[in-house]
Design a protein around this ligand. Structure first.
Ligand SMILES: Nc1ncnc2c1ncn2[C@@H]1O[C@H](COP(=O)(O)OP(=O)(O)OP(=O)(O)O)[C@@H](O)[C@H]1O
Ligand SMILES: [Mg+2]
Length: 382
Protein backbone atom coordinates (compact mmCIF):
# COMPACT_ATOMS: atom_id res chain seq x y z
CA UNK A 1 0.00 0.00 0.00
CA UNK A 2 2.63 2.49 1.16
CA UNK A 3 3.60 5.19 -1.29
CA UNK A 4 0.79 4.48 -3.71
CA UNK A 5 -2.04 6.93 -4.29
CA UNK A 6 -5.44 6.13 -2.86
CA UNK A 7 -8.05 6.08 -5.62
CA UNK A 8 -11.23 7.91 -4.71
CA UNK A 9 -14.58 7.90 -6.47
CA UNK A 10 -17.20 10.46 -5.44
CA UNK A 11 -20.92 9.82 -5.83
CA UNK A 12 -22.47 13.24 -5.48
CA UNK A 13 -25.23 15.06 -7.34
CA UNK A 14 -24.69 18.53 -5.84
CA UNK A 15 -22.07 20.22 -8.06
CA UNK A 16 -20.96 22.67 -5.32
CA UNK A 17 -20.17 19.84 -2.91
CA UNK A 18 -18.26 17.92 -5.57
CA UNK A 19 -16.16 20.93 -6.48
CA UNK A 20 -15.54 21.72 -2.80
CA UNK A 21 -14.17 18.19 -2.38
CA UNK A 22 -12.10 18.56 -5.50
CA UNK A 23 -10.51 21.79 -4.30
CA UNK A 24 -9.75 20.38 -0.84
CA UNK A 25 -8.06 17.34 -2.37
CA UNK A 26 -6.15 19.40 -4.93
CA UNK A 27 -3.84 20.53 -2.14
CA UNK A 28 -2.39 17.04 -1.60
CA UNK A 29 -1.10 14.15 -3.69
CA UNK A 30 -1.86 11.05 -1.60
CA UNK A 31 -5.45 10.80 -2.75
CA UNK A 32 -6.46 10.85 -6.37
CA UNK A 33 -10.04 11.87 -7.11
CA UNK A 34 -10.93 9.75 -10.12
CA UNK A 35 -14.39 10.97 -11.07
CA UNK A 36 -17.65 12.36 -9.77
CA UNK A 37 -20.67 10.19 -10.51
CA UNK A 38 -23.87 12.19 -10.31
CA UNK A 39 -26.50 9.44 -10.10
CA UNK A 40 -26.92 6.55 -7.68
CA UNK A 41 -28.00 4.11 -10.35
CA UNK A 42 -24.66 4.48 -12.14
CA UNK A 43 -22.62 4.09 -8.96
CA UNK A 44 -22.00 0.35 -8.99
CA UNK A 45 -21.06 0.24 -12.66
CA UNK A 46 -18.67 3.15 -12.08
CA UNK A 47 -17.02 1.36 -9.17
CA UNK A 48 -16.43 -1.57 -11.51
CA UNK A 49 -15.01 0.75 -14.15
CA UNK A 50 -12.80 3.07 -12.05
CA UNK A 51 -11.65 0.49 -9.45
CA UNK A 52 -11.48 2.95 -6.54
CA UNK A 53 -10.04 2.09 -3.13
CA UNK A 54 -12.55 4.33 -1.39
CA UNK A 55 -15.86 5.90 -2.39
CA UNK A 56 -17.61 8.89 -0.86
CA UNK A 57 -21.39 8.68 -1.23
CA UNK A 58 -23.81 11.50 -0.48
CA UNK A 59 -26.48 10.16 1.90
CA UNK A 60 -28.98 12.62 0.42
CA UNK A 61 -28.64 11.62 -3.24
CA UNK A 62 -31.76 12.53 -5.19
CA UNK A 63 -33.14 10.14 -7.77
CA UNK A 64 -34.16 6.51 -7.85
CA UNK A 65 -31.28 5.01 -5.86
CA UNK A 66 -30.56 6.41 -2.40
CA UNK A 67 -27.11 6.90 -0.91
CA UNK A 68 -27.72 4.07 1.56
CA UNK A 69 -28.73 1.70 -1.24
CA UNK A 70 -25.54 2.61 -3.14
CA UNK A 71 -23.42 1.86 -0.05
CA UNK A 72 -25.06 -1.53 0.46
CA UNK A 73 -24.74 -2.57 -3.16
CA UNK A 74 -21.09 -1.52 -3.39
CA UNK A 75 -20.31 -3.38 -0.17
CA UNK A 76 -21.85 -6.56 -1.55
CA UNK A 77 -20.30 -6.40 -5.00
CA UNK A 78 -16.88 -4.93 -4.11
CA UNK A 79 -16.21 -5.74 -0.45
CA UNK A 80 -12.63 -4.47 -0.57
CA UNK A 81 -13.75 -0.88 -1.31
CA UNK A 82 -13.98 1.47 1.69
CA UNK A 83 -17.15 3.59 1.86
CA UNK A 84 -17.61 7.00 3.46
CA UNK A 85 -21.11 8.43 3.79
CA UNK A 86 -21.33 12.17 3.42
CA UNK A 87 -24.17 13.89 5.24
CA UNK A 88 -25.34 17.05 7.03
CA UNK A 89 -25.90 17.39 10.80
CA UNK A 90 -29.69 17.45 10.29
CA UNK A 91 -29.53 14.00 8.69
CA UNK A 92 -27.54 11.83 11.08
CA UNK A 93 -26.18 8.53 9.66
CA UNK A 94 -24.88 5.66 11.75
CA UNK A 95 -21.54 4.02 11.03
CA UNK A 96 -22.32 0.42 10.06
CA UNK A 97 -19.76 -1.48 7.95
CA UNK A 98 -22.20 -4.37 7.44
CA UNK A 99 -24.47 -1.96 5.57
CA UNK A 100 -21.61 -0.34 3.72
CA UNK A 101 -20.99 2.64 5.99
CA UNK A 102 -17.37 2.50 7.17
CA UNK A 103 -17.29 6.14 8.30
CA UNK A 104 -19.53 9.20 8.31
CA UNK A 105 -18.31 12.59 7.10
CA UNK A 106 -20.45 15.51 8.30
CA UNK A 107 -20.57 18.84 6.57
CA UNK A 108 -18.88 21.20 7.00
CA UNK A 109 -15.47 19.52 6.95
CA UNK A 110 -11.88 20.54 6.36
CA UNK A 111 -9.33 19.11 3.96
CA UNK A 112 -7.65 17.51 6.95
CA UNK A 113 -10.91 15.81 8.04
CA UNK A 114 -11.56 14.31 4.65
CA UNK A 115 -8.01 13.14 3.87
CA UNK A 116 -7.58 11.61 7.32
CA UNK A 117 -10.86 9.77 7.03
CA UNK A 118 -10.11 8.47 3.53
CA UNK A 119 -6.73 7.16 4.62
CA UNK A 120 -8.15 5.48 7.71
CA UNK A 121 -11.03 3.81 5.89
CA UNK A 122 -8.72 2.66 3.10
CA UNK A 123 -6.29 1.10 5.53
CA UNK A 124 -8.91 -0.65 7.65
CA UNK A 125 -10.85 -1.98 4.68
CA UNK A 126 -7.70 -3.17 2.97
CA UNK A 127 -6.62 -5.14 6.00
CA UNK A 128 -10.10 -6.56 6.58
CA UNK A 129 -10.55 -7.60 2.96
CA UNK A 130 -7.11 -9.13 2.52
CA UNK A 131 -7.58 -11.12 5.71
CA UNK A 132 -11.13 -12.20 5.19
CA UNK A 133 -10.52 -14.62 2.34
CA UNK A 134 -7.57 -16.37 3.88
CA UNK A 135 -6.29 -17.86 7.08
CA UNK A 136 -2.63 -17.92 8.04
CA UNK A 137 -1.79 -20.64 10.56
CA UNK A 138 1.66 -20.97 12.13
CA UNK A 139 2.74 -24.09 14.02
CA UNK A 140 5.00 -23.14 16.88
CA UNK A 141 6.93 -24.72 19.70
CA UNK A 142 9.99 -23.49 21.57
CA UNK A 143 11.04 -27.12 21.98
CA UNK A 144 12.26 -29.19 19.03
CA UNK A 145 10.97 -32.57 17.93
CA UNK A 146 7.37 -32.18 19.11
CA UNK A 147 5.88 -32.84 15.65
CA UNK A 148 5.42 -29.40 14.05
CA UNK A 149 6.73 -30.38 10.64
CA UNK A 150 4.75 -33.63 10.54
CA UNK A 151 1.54 -31.92 11.63
CA UNK A 152 2.01 -28.89 9.36
CA UNK A 153 2.44 -31.08 6.27
CA UNK A 154 -0.50 -33.33 7.05
CA UNK A 155 -2.72 -30.43 8.00
CA UNK A 156 -1.88 -28.64 4.75
CA UNK A 157 -2.66 -31.77 2.71
CA UNK A 158 -5.94 -32.34 4.59
CA UNK A 159 -7.05 -28.75 3.94
CA UNK A 160 -5.82 -29.01 0.36
CA UNK A 161 -8.65 -31.43 -0.51
CA UNK A 162 -11.17 -28.59 -0.54
CA UNK A 163 -9.08 -25.43 -0.44
CA UNK A 164 -6.22 -23.66 -2.09
CA UNK A 165 -3.31 -24.19 0.31
CA UNK A 166 0.30 -23.09 0.48
CA UNK A 167 2.62 -24.68 3.00
CA UNK A 168 5.51 -22.44 4.01
CA UNK A 169 8.78 -23.87 5.24
CA UNK A 170 9.62 -21.44 8.01
CA UNK A 171 12.58 -23.48 9.25
CA UNK A 172 14.77 -21.21 7.16
CA UNK A 173 18.15 -22.74 8.01
CA UNK A 174 17.48 -26.45 7.92
CA UNK A 175 14.47 -26.54 5.66
CA UNK A 176 12.63 -29.38 7.38
CA UNK A 177 10.16 -29.77 4.53
CA UNK A 178 12.91 -30.35 1.99
CA UNK A 179 14.08 -33.17 4.22
CA UNK A 180 10.63 -34.61 4.73
CA UNK A 181 9.61 -34.45 1.07
CA UNK A 182 12.97 -35.07 -0.52
CA UNK A 183 12.62 -32.17 -2.87
CA UNK A 184 15.42 -31.79 -5.45
CA UNK A 185 18.02 -29.18 -4.49
CA UNK A 186 17.19 -27.18 -7.61
CA UNK A 187 13.60 -26.62 -6.50
CA UNK A 188 12.98 -22.89 -6.08
CA UNK A 189 12.72 -21.31 -2.65
CA UNK A 190 11.97 -18.04 -0.94
CA UNK A 191 15.48 -16.77 -1.88
CA UNK A 192 14.43 -16.83 -5.54
CA UNK A 193 11.92 -14.08 -4.89
CA UNK A 194 12.84 -11.09 -7.06
CA UNK A 195 14.21 -8.33 -4.85
CA UNK A 196 12.75 -5.35 -6.67
CA UNK A 197 9.13 -4.97 -7.76
CA UNK A 198 7.53 -8.28 -6.86
CA UNK A 199 4.30 -9.19 -8.56
CA UNK A 200 1.73 -11.79 -7.59
CA UNK A 201 2.56 -13.78 -10.72
CA UNK A 202 6.14 -14.26 -9.49
CA UNK A 203 4.80 -16.53 -6.76
CA UNK A 204 4.12 -19.36 -9.18
CA UNK A 205 7.83 -19.43 -9.97
CA UNK A 206 9.02 -19.80 -6.42
CA UNK A 207 6.58 -22.38 -5.10
CA UNK A 208 6.94 -26.13 -5.44
CA UNK A 209 3.96 -28.28 -6.36
CA UNK A 210 3.95 -31.33 -4.12
CA UNK A 211 2.50 -34.58 -5.54
CA UNK A 212 -0.21 -34.25 -2.88
CA UNK A 213 -1.50 -31.20 -4.79
CA UNK A 214 -0.53 -28.44 -2.39
CA UNK A 215 1.99 -25.71 -3.15
CA UNK A 216 5.02 -25.37 -0.94
CA UNK A 217 7.20 -22.33 -0.43
CA UNK A 218 10.50 -23.91 0.49
CA UNK A 219 13.30 -22.61 2.66
CA UNK A 220 16.69 -22.13 0.99
CA UNK A 221 18.67 -25.29 0.14
CA UNK A 222 21.70 -24.36 2.24
CA UNK A 223 22.02 -23.22 5.85
CA UNK A 224 23.99 -20.06 5.17
CA UNK A 225 21.45 -18.90 2.60
CA UNK A 226 18.90 -18.32 5.35
CA UNK A 227 20.70 -15.04 6.02
CA UNK A 228 19.68 -13.82 2.60
CA UNK A 229 16.04 -13.83 3.63
CA UNK A 230 15.05 -10.64 5.46
CA UNK A 231 12.07 -10.01 7.69
CA UNK A 232 10.83 -7.61 5.04
CA UNK A 233 10.98 -10.38 2.38
CA UNK A 234 8.94 -12.67 4.59
CA UNK A 235 6.30 -10.02 5.25
CA UNK A 236 6.07 -9.24 1.57
CA UNK A 237 5.71 -12.83 0.49
CA UNK A 238 3.13 -13.65 3.16
CA UNK A 239 1.05 -10.67 2.06
CA UNK A 240 1.10 -12.02 -1.48
CA UNK A 241 0.29 -15.59 -0.43
CA UNK A 242 -2.73 -14.32 1.50
CA UNK A 243 -4.21 -12.88 -1.64
CA UNK A 244 -3.94 -16.12 -3.59
CA UNK A 245 -4.38 -18.95 -1.08
CA UNK A 246 -7.20 -19.69 1.31
CA UNK A 247 -4.83 -21.28 3.78
CA UNK A 248 -1.21 -20.49 4.41
CA UNK A 249 0.21 -23.09 6.81
CA UNK A 250 3.62 -22.26 8.25
CA UNK A 251 6.11 -24.66 9.81
CA UNK A 252 8.57 -22.85 12.10
CA UNK A 253 11.79 -23.63 13.90
CA UNK A 254 12.03 -23.94 17.68
CA UNK A 255 12.95 -20.39 18.73
CA UNK A 256 11.39 -17.03 19.47
CA UNK A 257 13.77 -15.13 17.26
CA UNK A 258 13.04 -12.32 14.83
CA UNK A 259 12.53 -14.68 11.87
CA UNK A 260 10.06 -16.82 13.83
CA UNK A 261 8.21 -13.81 15.26
CA UNK A 262 7.49 -12.51 11.79
CA UNK A 263 5.66 -15.78 11.03
CA UNK A 264 3.81 -15.55 14.33
CA UNK A 265 2.86 -11.89 13.91
CA UNK A 266 1.45 -12.62 10.47
CA UNK A 267 -0.60 -15.56 11.71
CA UNK A 268 -4.31 -15.43 12.35
CA UNK A 269 -3.90 -18.54 14.46
CA UNK A 270 -0.84 -19.94 16.19
CA UNK A 271 -1.05 -23.66 16.86
CA UNK A 272 1.26 -24.17 19.82
CA UNK A 273 2.40 -27.77 19.66
CA UNK A 274 3.58 -29.69 22.68
CA UNK A 275 3.97 -33.19 24.01
CA UNK A 276 3.85 -34.49 27.58
CA UNK A 277 7.38 -33.37 28.17
CA UNK A 278 8.43 -31.02 30.95
CA UNK A 279 10.71 -29.00 28.67
CA UNK A 280 8.03 -28.57 26.02
CA UNK A 281 5.53 -27.46 28.66
CA UNK A 282 7.97 -25.06 30.32
CA UNK A 283 8.93 -23.61 26.95
CA UNK A 284 5.32 -22.86 26.08
CA UNK A 285 4.67 -21.27 29.47
CA UNK A 286 7.61 -18.95 28.86
CA UNK A 287 6.55 -18.21 25.28
CA UNK A 288 3.03 -17.49 26.56
CA UNK A 289 4.44 -14.69 28.71
CA UNK A 290 6.10 -13.21 25.65
CA UNK A 291 2.89 -13.51 23.63
CA UNK A 292 0.87 -11.63 26.22
CA UNK A 293 3.59 -8.97 26.48
CA UNK A 294 3.43 -8.54 22.70
CA UNK A 295 -0.34 -8.32 22.98
CA UNK A 296 -1.46 -11.36 20.97
CA UNK A 297 -5.17 -11.77 21.61
CA UNK A 298 -6.31 -15.03 23.16
CA UNK A 299 -8.31 -16.03 20.10
CA UNK A 300 -5.09 -16.11 18.11
CA UNK A 301 -3.63 -18.89 20.26
CA UNK A 302 -4.55 -22.57 20.27
CA UNK A 303 -2.84 -25.54 21.89
CA UNK A 304 -2.25 -28.90 20.21
CA UNK A 305 -1.12 -31.76 22.39
CA UNK A 306 0.72 -34.25 20.20
CA UNK A 307 1.25 -37.87 21.26
CA UNK A 308 -1.57 -37.22 23.71
CA UNK A 309 -1.79 -40.84 24.78
CA UNK A 310 1.83 -40.90 25.96
CA UNK A 311 1.33 -38.97 29.18
CA UNK A 312 4.61 -39.95 30.82
CA UNK A 313 2.93 -39.58 34.19
CA UNK A 314 1.63 -36.07 33.50
CA UNK A 315 -1.95 -35.12 34.25
CA UNK A 316 -3.77 -33.19 31.52
CA UNK A 317 -5.45 -30.87 34.03
CA UNK A 318 -2.10 -29.98 35.57
CA UNK A 319 -0.65 -29.18 32.14
CA UNK A 320 -3.62 -26.93 31.33
CA UNK A 321 -3.26 -25.21 34.68
CA UNK A 322 0.43 -24.60 34.01
CA UNK A 323 -0.32 -23.24 30.54
CA UNK A 324 -3.23 -21.16 31.81
CA UNK A 325 -5.35 -22.34 28.88
CA UNK A 326 -7.23 -25.45 27.79
CA UNK A 327 -5.73 -27.93 25.36
CA UNK A 328 -7.76 -27.41 22.18
CA UNK A 329 -6.73 -30.46 20.16
CA UNK A 330 -5.15 -33.82 20.88
CA UNK A 331 -3.30 -36.05 18.44
CA UNK A 332 -2.57 -39.66 19.37
CA UNK A 333 0.80 -41.29 19.03
CA UNK A 334 1.32 -43.64 16.13
CA UNK A 335 5.03 -44.18 15.72
CA UNK A 336 4.70 -47.02 13.24
CA UNK A 337 2.47 -45.08 10.89
CA UNK A 338 4.09 -41.65 11.21
CA UNK A 339 7.65 -42.85 10.80
CA UNK A 340 6.79 -44.99 7.77
CA UNK A 341 4.81 -42.18 6.13
CA UNK A 342 7.50 -39.58 6.87
CA UNK A 343 10.23 -41.87 5.56
CA UNK A 344 8.38 -42.22 2.29
CA UNK A 345 7.59 -38.50 2.28
CA UNK A 346 3.84 -39.13 2.04
CA UNK A 347 1.12 -37.61 4.20
CA UNK A 348 -0.46 -40.12 6.61
CA UNK A 349 -3.81 -38.37 6.14
CA UNK A 350 -4.01 -39.81 2.64
CA UNK A 351 -2.09 -43.06 3.10
CA UNK A 352 -4.11 -44.03 6.21
CA UNK A 353 -7.40 -42.17 6.03
CA UNK A 354 -9.06 -44.28 8.74
CA UNK A 355 -6.29 -44.23 11.33
CA UNK A 356 -7.11 -42.59 14.67
CA UNK A 357 -4.24 -40.12 14.19
CA UNK A 358 -5.81 -39.01 10.87
CA UNK A 359 -9.18 -38.52 12.55
CA UNK A 360 -7.51 -36.40 15.23
CA UNK A 361 -5.77 -34.29 12.63
CA UNK A 362 -8.95 -33.83 10.60
CA UNK A 363 -10.61 -32.30 13.65
CA UNK A 364 -8.09 -29.46 13.46
CA UNK A 365 -8.54 -29.14 9.69
CA UNK A 366 -12.33 -29.03 10.03
CA UNK A 367 -12.17 -26.38 12.75
CA UNK A 368 -9.89 -24.22 10.61
CA UNK A 369 -12.13 -24.63 7.57
CA UNK A 370 -15.16 -23.61 9.65
CA UNK A 371 -13.23 -20.63 10.95
CA UNK A 372 -12.42 -19.47 7.44
CA UNK A 373 -16.05 -19.83 6.36
CA UNK A 374 -17.17 -17.75 9.37
CA UNK A 375 -14.89 -14.85 8.69
CA UNK A 376 -16.65 -13.35 5.76
CA UNK A 377 -18.90 -15.57 3.71
CA UNK A 378 -19.11 -12.99 0.92
CA UNK A 379 -15.37 -12.73 0.61
CA UNK A 380 -14.62 -16.41 1.12
CA UNK A 381 -16.66 -17.17 -1.97
CA UNK A 382 -14.69 -14.77 -4.15
N1 LIG B 1 1.75 -38.27 16.68
C1 LIG B 1 2.96 -38.86 16.51
N2 LIG B 1 3.12 -40.17 16.76
C2 LIG B 1 4.31 -40.74 16.58
N3 LIG B 1 5.41 -40.10 16.16
C3 LIG B 1 5.32 -38.81 15.89
C4 LIG B 1 4.09 -38.10 16.04
N4 LIG B 1 4.30 -36.83 15.68
C5 LIG B 1 5.60 -36.72 15.34
N5 LIG B 1 6.22 -37.91 15.46
C6 LIG B 1 7.64 -38.19 15.20
O1 LIG B 1 8.38 -37.28 16.00
C7 LIG B 1 9.55 -36.88 15.35
C8 LIG B 1 9.62 -35.38 15.28
O2 LIG B 1 8.59 -34.89 14.41
P1 LIG B 1 8.77 -33.59 13.57
O3 LIG B 1 10.06 -33.60 12.83
O4 LIG B 1 7.52 -33.41 12.81
O5 LIG B 1 8.84 -32.53 14.76
P2 LIG B 1 9.35 -31.00 14.72
O6 LIG B 1 8.69 -30.35 15.89
O7 LIG B 1 9.14 -30.43 13.41
O8 LIG B 1 10.91 -31.18 15.01
P3 LIG B 1 12.15 -30.17 14.72
O9 LIG B 1 12.42 -29.52 16.02
O10 LIG B 1 13.24 -31.06 14.26
O11 LIG B 1 11.71 -29.19 13.69
C9 LIG B 1 9.53 -37.53 13.97
O12 LIG B 1 10.34 -38.66 14.00
C10 LIG B 1 8.09 -37.93 13.78
O13 LIG B 1 7.98 -39.10 13.01
MG1 LIG C 1 10.46 -29.43 12.14
Amino acid sequence: MGGEQIRLLVIEDVPQVASHLRSLLAAQSQIKMLEVVTAGDRAVASVGEYRPDVVIVDALLQGRVSGQAVAETVRRSEPQVGIIMLTVPQNPVREDPERGVDAVLKMPFTGFDVTTMIRKVHEERGVAASRAGSLVVSLFSPKGGVGRTTLAYNLAVALGKDHKVCLVDGSLQFSDLRGLLRVPAVAPSIVNLPTDRVRDSDLAEITWRDPSGIDILLAPPRVEMAEMVTVRDIEKVLGMLRKIYEFVIIDTRPALSEDVLVFLDAADIILQVLTYDSMAIRGLVMAGETFSAIGYPEHKLAIVLNRADSSGGFDKGDVEAALGAPIDYEIVSDGRLVIAANNEGVPFVTSSPDAPITKDLLRIADALAAHLADRSPALARR
